[in-house]
Design a protein around this ligand. Structure first.
Ligand code: KG4
Ligand code: ZN
Length: 341
């Protein structure tokens, strides 16, 4: 069973991706990022669905080719069924169901957020990796979610804290938009921040109960701050871009880690990890590692390829579900609002 070949598909948002895994080992991971949304400053759901329809076949072909494998060797199809954009999910799920039917092989539908966490269990050929010990605390930060997840086993996890409004990725992307940077702005805020002074401007760290987060006020405070400064100096943003990015990013990261520390104080974890698109952020990665050292806990940070949306993580989650016999029926529908308990 460990050598089973899985074809996996991810189409929940604006990345069309396909991967081939042999068990937990990734053989290929092809990602087509949709550029069409850039000029709209955010993902346009209908355009995303259409782009998935155009991309899905070439991406699957390329994944099979790079893995040097024939479609007839595939023994299981794994696919994201939610959360995400309904139209976008439908493209991947319909494609996966058709393949499952045509090849007469099992279909495994996968929760996207669970898959982000399970990206830590992807292996690469000839590379020895240590995998996280349980219980693991995972901070999952993406464009649509911000969650603290207690992971007791690959298929046994529960959300112990989450955002009550915007996600951390949205806080980055919306800030980038008001700063005049293109979508998705998170990586650009990160880039400019690297040359800036994180202590130059002060943004208040939100006060939220227990392990919950809230990012909408932070975004608004940046907006008001900029309005005020630009009123007296129209060039304020361009003259201070790096310092604004560094200060704003520093606030987000400090806030994210404050709750991670709180969770660590409340329970005993054998490991801690980061997952999701925002885990590509350089300051978050650095400070998360430092927090692990301070708490004497082993830290797992995903390699960049597995931070933002990718099908390899869907394949890893699919493998665990396959092993557990958790197959899906052909009449199961995608669920845009799915959530891990
Ligand atoms: O996980 P993901 O690819 O998609 C969702 O499931 O939402 O995450 C995308 C998010 C976007 O908000 C993007 O701006 C953010 O991840 N992101 C970053 C960085 N790279 C990607 N945010 C901050 N710093 C980065 N380096
Ligand atoms: Zn994601």
């Amino acid at each position: 069973m460990k050598d089973i070949l899985i074809l996996s598909i991810e189409s929940s948002c604006d990345e069309t991706s396909a991967a081939v895994l042999r068990g937990q080992e990734v053989l290929s991971n092809v990602i087509a990022t949709q550029k069409i949304h850039e000029k709209f400053g955010g993902v346009v759901p209908e355009l995303a669905s259409r782009a998935h329809q155009v991309n899905i076949l070439p991406v699957v072909h390329q994944a099979l080719e790079e893995a040097n494998c024939n479609i007839k060797d595939i023994k299981c199809i794994a696919c994201t069924s939610g959360p995400g954009l309904l139209g976008a999910l439908l493209v991947g799920v319909s494609f996966a169901k058709s393949l499952s039917l045509a090849l007469n092989i099992p279909l495994v539908l996968v929760d996207h957020m669970q898959a982000h966490v399970l990206a830590h269990f992807i292996h690469r050929s000839n590379i020895e990796i240590s995998t996280p010990k349980f219980p693991m605390l995972c901070l999952t930060v993406s464009g649509g979610h911000t969650q603290l997840v207690e992971v007791n086993a690959p298929l046994d996890m529960r959300v112990i804290g989450k955002t009550i409004d915007d996600a951390a990725g949205e806080a980055f992307d919306k800030a980038a938009k008001v700063l005049g940077l293109p979508y998705p702005g998170g990586p650009l805020v990160d880039k400019y921040a690297q040359e800036g002074n994180p202590n130059r401007f002060q943004f208040t760290i939100p006060e939220t109960p227990h392990l919950s987060y809230s990012f909408s006020g932070l975004k608004t405070s940046l907006l008001y701050f900029l309005k005020k400064e630009v009123a007296s100096n129209p060039n304020f943003i361009s003259e201070n871009l790096s310092d604004i990015c560094a200060s704003y990013q520093n606030t987000i990261v400090t806030y994210l880690l404050k709750k991670v520390q709180k969770a660590l104080d409340e329970s005993n974890y054998a490991s801690m990890s980061l997952a999701g698109g925002v885990s590509a952020n350089s300051l978050l990665r650095k400070r998360f590692l430092e927090l692990g050292v301070k708490n004497k806990i082993e830290v797992f940070i995903p390699s960049f390829e597995f931070t933002t949306d990718n099908a390899a993580m869907i394949g890893a989650a699919g493998f665990f579900k396959y092993q557990a016999g958790q197959f899906s029926l052909l009449d199961e529908a995608p669920n845009p609002r799915a959530s891990i308990i």
